[in-house]
Each structure stands twice: as structure tokens, then as C-alpha cells.
Design a protein around this ligand. Structure first.
Ligand code: HEM
Ligand code: NAG
Ligand code: NAG
Length: 514
């Protein structure tokens, strides 16, 4: 009995050691010139998962130092070929539709959360049309209307949330900023009706849906786990809220929403009026799913960006004071004066603070595409074969001294006399969702590039500006230990964000205002 167990264990050890041995030997055999260098790994299948998962950015940087801009690593049985630098970004992000594909990679993870027949659960041409509808739904008028709504949300959060009572205090930044983000998102893009219908359940539904975005769900999105059941239930609930609402509006003949006597520009009525190229109006289910996508799509990157901005401002209070002076100069000293979209455009330091934070703390570190057929890499012997997943990671060029002197230093003033547009070159393309800068000559791509580029950039800038402006107007920020250090990054979710325990100190500028 014991004997068989011991023998079994022994066989297992021998088998594992043999497979490690074979795996290591195989890596030392000569490789065809067309294959990019393979990053060394001890364990078959698991490959470099641990180093990558602990700190993908540092992993890319070390691999780049050893192998150059193009290399392959193994991640849970998949061969990931990373192409870095502006040329790598161009190669991956502006790859031809017949060569590279996003939906096959992202679809399994996103479809249960976002829903069917949209985004990555439909042909690319349809995605391009959907992006066009949303992009043009965010009209100047819509953006203008959002600014005061978001300001109001932030003020009422600061006034009523237990975390911000009194004249000064200490707060966990990640938690607070993700709450603010959910409140503002719930209100701004989604409209007053949705907000009203969902108030009680909103945070919980959001949370259940969000649990669908876990790295494991790239591999097993269908696993019969409790969190996946809750994700699916939350999706159905959200979808039916939107569909009922669309139905009500169709019945009342008016697609517009009137709030406090004003017509609110909103995304639902915009989508209800859009028509696909084939003449079909967008089915209600697709409108509902697109609304869910817009809610979930920008959430993580926006809340991570706003948490990092708070941490950076706390670590360099002199920049926060410059921001405060900038708004005093342009908006005057009255903290009760509401501000508008055009005010925001007169605050260049504020937008440079966002720009610089997105350079140093890009939350999306790994953009992926499935390889559909062998693709030769320009100016090299490499051919990327369909057994690979192509990876682009713009943050590596964001943090290279070739492109940004002293890249580790967070300095919003580095943008004072040049703009991102200068870096992008002037290649303009239209993939079907409006003219966009090809952008890939740029070493700075926090919103990606090419046909899958972000359409939420304007919105992200607008609500980040409004949130930060409102906070800085009312608060001074400091680090807990009084130094200029910032906490480490947490890479355990799909998006990089500050560690959850990161705290800062806040103090009201005018205690009498609350
Ligand atoms: C600071 C905030 C944000 C950052 C850093 C960010 C970043 C990105 C990046 C890097 C991509 C490209 C993904 C890829 O190529 O694989 C992307 C795509 C996208 N983002 Fe954003 N995003 C932000 C906010 C938003 C917001 C607020 C929305 C919603 C209004 C949004 C909606 C989208 C959509 C629909 C796509 C297109 C996906 C595709 O075509 O495949 N994003 N974003
Ligand atoms: C900004 O707006 C988008 C779209 O509604 C939303 O997803 C995102 O969470 C918002 N960000 C913040 C910081 O409020
Ligand atoms: C912040 O979070 C940490 C752990 O996540 C906790 O120990 C600490 O008490 C929190 N601080 C505040 C001010 O809530």
C-alpha cells in the first residue's frame, strides 16, 4: 500500500523533472531565423506566468534588455510575441484585419459581461459602426452637459460620504476613487432614469458584473463558479433595466429625457436613432448591451487614473498648489462658481497632470491580438506564425529614456511646451468610426491606436478633469509619511492600479463650506 504510494509519487517526480528537462533542452536547440527569441522558462505550460503576473512592466523591460524589441514568452501554454517601441506598436495595432484579430482573444472574457452581438461578439465591421455611433453620440453639447453633472456628484460625495467628514482625515485612495467613479458614471453617461432605477442595486450589480473581469476568465469564462453565475444574473438584470427603459421611451414617442425642465442629451436616445449601414436600426438588446459596455469599459482605467493622480498630487503638493492657482486665475476665487467645459480648456496644467499620469501609470499594460496567418515583420527575418498571440505594450515606450528624459520622474511640466499631437505625426486614417490619427509613430499611446483605439478619451479627460478640479478646489492633499514616495502598483487584476491599502491625508481648504 505505502509502497505503491511511494512508487507513484516517485514516478510523478520523475515525470515532472523529465518534462522540465525536455523543456529546457528544447529551448537550447537552434531556432529558425524566422522565430523571435524565446524568453527562458523552467516550467512547461506555466512558462513565465509568475514573473509576468507579478510585474508585467518590469518583465517586459528585462526581456527587452536581453532580447531587444521583439521576443516570445510562454503564458499558460500560449506563446505571446511582444513587439515593443513605436515600430512594434505600429506592427500590432495597425495590423491588417486579415492578419490580426482582437475579438477571438477578448471575446471569451468580455462577452458574458457586455452581452452578445456587440463589440467582440460580432464582426469587426459592425464594431466599427458601433464605435462610430458612440463617438458621435458624445457631441460637444453632450460633453458640456456632463461637466456640471459630474461636479455635482463629486461635491455631494465629498459632503455626504463618511470617509470625508470633518476638516481633515485619512482615506484609502483606491476605494474612494472607485466609489466616485461609479457614482459619476452612473449619473453622467447613463442618465437620470437609469440612475433612479438602479440606485439601490447599482453598486451591487456593478460589482457582480465586474467580477467577470478576472484573469482566469480568459481561460475559463464558462466555469460553473458562483462568481460567474452572479455575473450572468447581473448582466440579465442590467439588460432588462435598459430594455424596459427603451421600450417606455418608444411608447411615449419622445426619445428625449427631460430633467428639471432641460432636455438631457443622452446616449440611449442617440443609439435609438442610429441606423446600421445595412438599413437596420440597432435592436433594443444591442442598445442595452452597448450601454453596459460603456459603463464597464471605462471604469477601471478611469478609476485607476484618478487614484494615481491623487497619490501623485499628495506626493508633490507644490504641483497641487500650482493647479489651485491655475484655477484661481481662470475661474476666480469663488469656490461655489460652477465651471463649464470651456473653463476646462483654459487649464493646461490640469490636462498635463492627467497626460503625465497616463504616461507613467497606464492601466492597460498588455494589448493582445490573435495572429490569423503568418505575418512577416518589416525590416527583419521574423515571421509571426498563427500559433502566437501578438502583444503591444505602449507603457514600455512611455517609460523609455529614448523618448522621455528621466522617464521615472512624474513631471506634468514636461508637457508644457510640446503636445501629444506633436508626437503622433500626421497620418490620419478612418477605420469606419471617424478620422483618427494613426498615432503609432508616437511613443505615447495610453489610449491605444488603430481600429481598436479608445473612443472614450474625451470623456475620460472630461470627467478626470472635473473630478480633480473639484477635489483640489476643496482639499489639500499630503502623503501619510510626509515624503514624496508613491505606493507600488497592484497587478493582480487585469488592470494595473495602486495597491488597495494606499492612503493619503486630506484637509479642507475652507472648513466653513461643509
Ligand atoms: C483613462 C481612461 C481610459 C484609458 C486609459 C483607456 C484605454 C484604452 C485602450 C488602451 C484601448 C485599446 C484596446 C486595444 O487596442 O486592445 C481602449 C479601447 C476602448 N475604450 Fe478606452 N480607455 C479609457 C476610458 C474609456 C471610456 C471612459 C470609455 C467609454 C466611454 C472607453 C471605451 C473604449 C472602447 C469602446 C474601446 C474600443 C475597443 C475596440 O475597438 O476594440 N474607454 N481604451
Ligand atoms: C467617466 O465616464 C465614463 C463613461 O460613463 C465612465 O465609464 C467612467 O467611469 C467615468 N470616470 C470617472 C472617473 O468618473
Ligand atoms: C485602508 O486599508 C487598509 C487595508 O486595506 C486598512 O488597514 C486601513 O485601515 C484603511 N484605512 C482607512 C483610513 O480606511
Amino acid at each position: 500500500m505505502v509502497d505503491t504510494a511511494v512508487r507513484g509519487a516517485l514516478y510523478l517526480v520523475v515525470a515532472v523533472l523529465t518534462s522540465i528537462f525536455i523543456n529546457v533542452i528544447r529551448q537550447h536547440l537552434p531556432r529558425p531565423k524566422s522565430e523571435p527569441p524565446l524568453v527562458f522558462h523552467w516550467l512547461p505550460i506555466i512558462g513565465n506566468a509568475i514573473e509576468y503576473g507579478t510585474d508585467p512592466f518590469d518583465f517586459y523591460r528585462r526581456c527587452r534588455a536581453k532580447h531587444g524589441d521583439i521576443f516570445t514568452f510562454v503564458l499558460l501554454g500560449k506563446h505571446m510575441t511582444v513587439c515593443l517601441g513605436p515600430e512594434g506598436n505600429e506592427f500590432v495595432l495597425n495590423g491588417r484585419i486579415s492578419d490580426v484579430n482582437a475579438e477571438e482573444i477578448y471575446g471569451p472574457l468580455t462577452t458574458p459581461v457586455f452581452g452578445s452581438d456587440i463589440i467582440y461578439d460580432c464582426p469587426n465591421a459592425k464594431l466599427m459602426e458601433q464605435k462610430k455611433f458612440v463617438k458621435f453620440g458624445l457631441t460637444q453639447q453632450a460633453l458640456e452637459a456632463h461637466v456640471p453633472l459630474i461636479e455635482k456628484e463629486v461635491l455631494s460625495y465629498l459632503a455626504s460620504n463618511p470617509k470625508f467628514q470633518g476638516a481633515r482625515g485619512r482615506v484609502n485612495v483606491s476605494a474612494a476613487m472607485s466609489e466616485i467613479t461609479i457614482f459619476t458614471a452612473g449619473r453622467a453617461l447613463q442618465g437620470a432614469e437609469v440612475r433612479k432605477k438602479l440606485t439601490a442595486d447599482f453598486a451591487e450589480l456593478y460589482h457582480d458584473l465586474d467580477m467577470g473581469f478576472q484573469p482566469i476568465n480568459f481561460l475559463m469564462p464558462w466555469a460553473p463558479l458562483p462568481q460567474n453565475r452572479r455575473r450572468d444574473a447581473a448582466h440579465l438584470k442590467m439588460r432588462s433595466v435598459y430594455m424596459d427603459l427603451i421600450n417606455d421611451r418608444r411608447k411615449s414617442a419622445s426619445h428625449k429625457v427631460i430633467v428639471e425642465g432641460n432636455e438631457e442629451p443622452d446616449m440611449i436616445s442617440n443609439l435609438m436613432n442610429c441606423v446600421y449601414k445595412n438599413g437596420q436600426a440597432i435592436p433594443d438588446k444591442e442598445i442595452a448591451n452597448m450601454m453596459i459596455t460603456l459603463l464597464m469599459g471605462g471604469q477601471h482605467s478611469s478609476s485607476s487614473a484618478s487614484a494615481w493622480i491623487m497619490l501623485r498630487l499628495a506626493s508633490q503638493p507644490s504641483i497641487a498648489e500650482e493647479l489651485y492657482d491655475e484655477q484661481l486665475r481662470h475661474l476666480g476665487p469663488d469656490p461655489g462658481r460652477a465651471f463649464s467645459l470651456s473653463d476646462l480648456s483654459r487649464l493646461p496644467l490640469l490636462s498635463n497632470v492627467i497626460k503625465e499620469t497616463l504616461r507613467v501609470h497606464s492601466s492597460i499594460h498588455t494589448l493582445m491580438r490573435k495572429v490569423m496567418r503568418p505575418i512577416p515583420v518589416p525590416n527583419s527575418d521574423y515571421v509571426i506564425t498563427p500559433d502566437k498571440v501578438l502583444v503591444s505594450s505602449p507603457i514600455v515606450s512611455h517609460m523609455s529614456s529614448e523618448h522621455f528624459p528621466n522617464p521615472e520622474i512624474w513631471d506634468p511640466h514636461r508637457w508644457d511646451d510640446h503636445d501629444v499631437e506633436d508626437m503622433a505625426g500626421d497620418d490620419i486614417v478612418d477605420y469606419g468610426y471617424g478620422a483618427t490619427s494613426k498615432g503609432t509613430k508616437s511613443p505615447y499611446l495610453p489610449f491605444g491606436a488603430g481600429r481598436h483605439r479608445c473612443i472614450g478619451e474625451k470623456f475620460a479627460y472630461l470627467n478626470l478633469s472635473t473630478i480633480i478640479l473639484t477635489i483640489i478646489r476643496n482639499m489639500k492633499l499630503k502623503t501619510v509619511d510626509g515624503t514624496s514616495s508613491v505606493p507600488p502598483t497592484d497587478y493582480t487584476s487585469l488592470f494595473s492600479r495602486p495597491v488597495q491599502s494606499a492612503e493619503i491625508l486630506w484637509e479642507r481648504r475652507r472648513p466653513e463650506y461643509l
